[in-house]
Write a protein that binds this ligand. Structure first.
Ligand SMILES: O=C(O)[C@H](O)[C@@H](O)[C@H](O)[C@H](O)COP(=O)(O)O
Length: 247
């Protein structure tokens, strides 16, 4: 990856959210094409990813993307019906999957019915099923790419400050009930996100500048500071979030 201002090996600063979404789309295409086998992606909610999904639905992009061997999972979702405007599942379905030839059985939305704890276990079970016992035993990373965002309160995926899910070390998926945001959520846990070859954070807007600086400094109070990966973690950040003055 390259940017106009590569300030450190794991951070790429681009002009704006549009440039971030384009870079992320190019990166995903390149990675998916290079993979020889099934390629697994964990999608994120949020405004910048929304633009990424729109770019992926563009006919030129979609014609080049190897839909037949990519599996799509969700890093988190609100426990609301898919037709709710707050549903990541519904957002990605309408912007991306309704417009591209992704096989229906290659998309794994988080369940949104019944009891959230049981739904979290059910999602974990489906991850383990598609992942395969062999891969589990060999300890291979679950995800090829995990997209993450950064909330102003330091959350990422639905790993919210002060919530018990931050202590979860064995479950792959767990519920989270934030005290400062609506809806119960389901989220991948730290160990599930760590089971990845590449974590790509997309962070845009001046409102993220302060929290981004704290996370980059490793402030332990911010949930995003504790994300790890068996592979690489890279930050795609716009100039405003990086605290750069745009001339
Ligand atoms: O579904 C969501 O919204 C994600 O759970 C959340 O973690 C998001 O990535 C951050 O809140 C950043 O969101 P923005 O990219 O919209 O700022």
């Amino acid at each position: 990856m390259s940017g106009h201002d590569v300030m450190s090996a794991d951070q790429i600063v681009l002009d704006d959210a549009e440039a971030i979404a384009r870079q992320a789309a190019d990166f995903l295409l390149e990675q998916a094409l290079a993979a020889k086998d099934v390629f697994r992606v964990a999608l994120s909610g949020g405004s910048t990813p929304k633009r990424l999904y729109a770019l992926m639905a563009d006919p030129d992009y979609a014609a080049r993307f190897p839909w037949g061997r990519v599996q799509f999972f969700f890093g988190d979702d609100r426990f609301v019906p898919a037709d709710s405007p707050d549903s990541n599942r519904g957002m990605v379905q309408s912007i991306l999957f309704s417009r591209v030839p992704a096989p229906a059985d290659a998309v794994f939305p988080m369940p949104d019915q019944g009891d959230p704890d049981a739904a979290a276990w059910a999602y974990e079970a489906s991850l383990k099923t598609v992942y395969g016992a062999e891969a589990l035993e060999a300890g291979r990373p679950l995800f090829d790419v995990v997209f993450l965002g950064l909330g102003e309160n330091g959350h990422t995926a639905s790993l919210f400050p002060r919530q018990p899910v931050l202590e979860e070390r064995t479950r792959w998926v767990a519920p989270c009930v934030p005290d400062d945001a609506p809806h119960t959520r389901l989220t991948l846990t730290y160990p599930a996100i760590a089971s990845s070859r590449f974590v790509l954070f997309l962070v845009t807007g001046a409102s993220k500048a302060e929290v981004y600086a704290r996370v980059r400094a490793g402030d332990p109070a911010e949930p995003a500071s504790h994300i790890t990966s068996e592979g690489r973690i890279e930050w795609l950040v716009d100039a405003a979030a990086a605290g750069e003055v745009v001339s």
